[in-house]
Design a binder for this molecule. Structure first.
Ligand SMILES: [Fe+2]
Ligand SMILES: [Fe+2]
Length: 151
């Protein structure tokens, strides 16, 4: 059975919080890392910040269209993602954290796609597009992990 309008708004708010947390951690990781090996990862993460922020903007617009309120900083839940490593040369820890964040995002958008099926096609379409972006990020970072994990 399809979710109610209220339930869809809550799911979108959860996605909105995730996207903002991703922005914060990619911002930190794209800045903190040191070393030659880190350069490509930093560049890739810096480019992703803009994309993840655009995701938050699309989710905010849909929350508004459905009659909900976009949460302010006091209501945004953070702290669910793996934190930037203390060791600023630990590129693998960063790549693994990104893979974890992107997998969680994919799982969340799949949940919204299922919850809106047959009912809220516009939200469903939005989440399918977001899922496509997150899957692309996931594949990219899984590829980075293959290379960086080699001894
Ligand atoms: Fe995203
Ligand atoms: Fe992403």
């Amino acid at each position: 059975m399809a979710a109610t309008n209220e339930e869809v708004i809550e799911l979108l708010k959860a996605g909105y919080c995730m996207e903002l947390e991703t922005v914060m951690n990619y911002l930190a990781n794209s800045t903190n890392l040191d070393g030659v090996r880190a350069e490509e990862i930093k560049k890739s993460l810096a480019a992703d910040i803009v994309e993840e922020l655009a995701h938050a903007q699309s989710l905010a617009a849909r929350i508004k269209q459905l009659g909900g309120l976009v949460p302010g900083s006091a209501s945004v839940t953070l702290g669910n993602q793996r934190q930037p490593p203390e060791d600023t040369t630990d590129v693998v820890a960063v790549i693994e954290a990104v893979i974890e964040a992107e997998s969680t995002a994919c799982a969340h958008y799949k949940k919204v796609i299922r919850a809106t099926d047959g009912e809220d096609y516009v939200t469903q379409d939005l989440c399918i597009r977001l899922l496509a972006d997150e899957e692309a990020h996931l594949v990219l970072f899984k590829g980075f992990l293959k290379e960086y994990k080699q001894p």
